[in-house]
Write a protein that binds this ligand. Structure first.
Ligand code: FAD
Length: 312
């Protein structure tokens, strides 16, 4: 079975979620091609070519792909879709925006957020905010699906030397134009792939307190910072920090939940974490049902104490 992975990158670096998609595709067979579309993406194409498992990198290097506009990328993917039995992307904002368009243009169903691939037609995906896993069969001629990156180990760089091939750009849409982007650059690990995440809830009270308490702890642990939706809605934490059903799904080695109630929609985004630590002053808080370690304490005292007790 030949599979096409749609690559996602940021500032000349391939995203780890794309590497996870390559691992997922390996279950379907070893004919794995990766499509990278962008402007001046030669360096990223070379990174991809070195990843174990990649057969061929197809590069569409053109100014019209300088920004990841799904309206322009979908026709490009469709132009080579005949070569593949499966087209996969990670279930990131990029993939979730792009693949439904591809599926619609090809007039096939798509399956989203796959967490396990049983065989070429059969996949597992969470439903009801992760409370149940559905096993679904997809009989479409071209299988189109997004994978949940946290469910698959990222493919690693080896001594692979996949062929790199140039693709012609397809016509650009006149309906949608990229106006601009406001990107928060951070030295911290990326939330979706960080091995440690420190998250705060609404109880931190203000954006200043949120940063003041969580940043030193996260810095010491080289952690990404996350937040509940209630914290985001209250303006305490930025949107991109949101973890959960409608935010980022994480599965770090260590997840520290500070003043987080443990609502179902938050748990949906963290339950695959290896170790969950919760700090909450309410011993009956739902988060303790999920925590491996719980501290019943006031967060305003205990977070600083915890941070100070950690070695640099
Ligand atoms: P609260 O529920 O207000 O809980 C605060 C917690 O802090 C409490 O447990 C309290 O005991 C504790 N606390 C208070 N003060 C202190 C203190 N001084 N010291 C220690 N502990 C203290 N939520 C998400 O997080 N992510 C999502 O993706 C998401 N998606 C949603 C989608 C839908 C469709 C809906 C309806 C809701 C969604 N929510 C999501 C919201 C979710 O239901 C909860 O409202 C939210 O997670 C609660 O956030 P919280 O724990 O910060 O706040």
């Amino acid at each position: 079975m030949s599979t096409l992975i749609i690559a996602e990158y940021d500032q000349q670096r391939l995203r780890a979620s794309t590497r996870s998609a390559i691992t997922a595709a390996a279950v379907l067979g070893d004919a794995i091609d990766v499509l990278i579309a962008g402007e001046n993406v030669g360096a990223v194409a070379e990174q991809i070519a070195r990843l174990n498992g990649v057969r061929r990198v197809r590069v569409a290097d053109d100014a019209r792909y300088a920004n990841p506009l799904a309206e322009n990328l979908a026709p490009l993917i469709v132009s080579i879709a005949n070569d593949y039995q499966a087209i996969i992307s990670a279930a990131t904002s990029f993939g979730k925006n792009l693949l439904p368009r591809v599926a619609a243009l090809l007039d096939v169903d798509m399956v989203s957020e796959v967490t396990a691939i049983i065989d070429s037609n059969t996949y597992v995906r969470p439903i009801y905010a992760g409370h149940l896993n559905a096993t679904v069969r997809n009989e479409a001629a071209v299988k189109i699906f997004t994978i949940r990156a946290t469910a698959f180990e990222p493919a690693i760089e080896g001594d692979n030397t996949a062929a790199i091939e140039t693709l012609a750009a397809t016509e650009a849409t006149s309906l949608a134009h990229w106006v601009g982007s406001a990107i928060q650059r951070s030295e911290r690990p990326e939330l979706s792939t960080a091995s440690v995440v420190v998250s705060g809830g609404r109880s931190l009270g203000s954006a200043e307190k949120f940063q003041q308490l969580l940043t030193p702890l996260a810095t010491k642990l080289n952690a990404a910072i996350g937040a509940t939706r209630a914290a985001v809605d209250a303006g305490i934490a930025p949107n991109e920090y949101q973890v959960g059903q409608t935010g980022t799904v994480v599965a770090p080695d260590l997840y520290i939940a500070v003043g987080v109630s443990g609502a179902t929609q938050h748990i949906a985004g963290i339950k695959d974490s290896r170790v969950i630590v919760a700090i909450n002053h309410d011993p009956d808080a739902q988060i303790f049902q999920w925590a491996d370690y719980g501290l019943v304490a006031d967060l305003f005292d205990s977070v600083t104490e915890l941070e100070k007790s950690l070695l640099h």
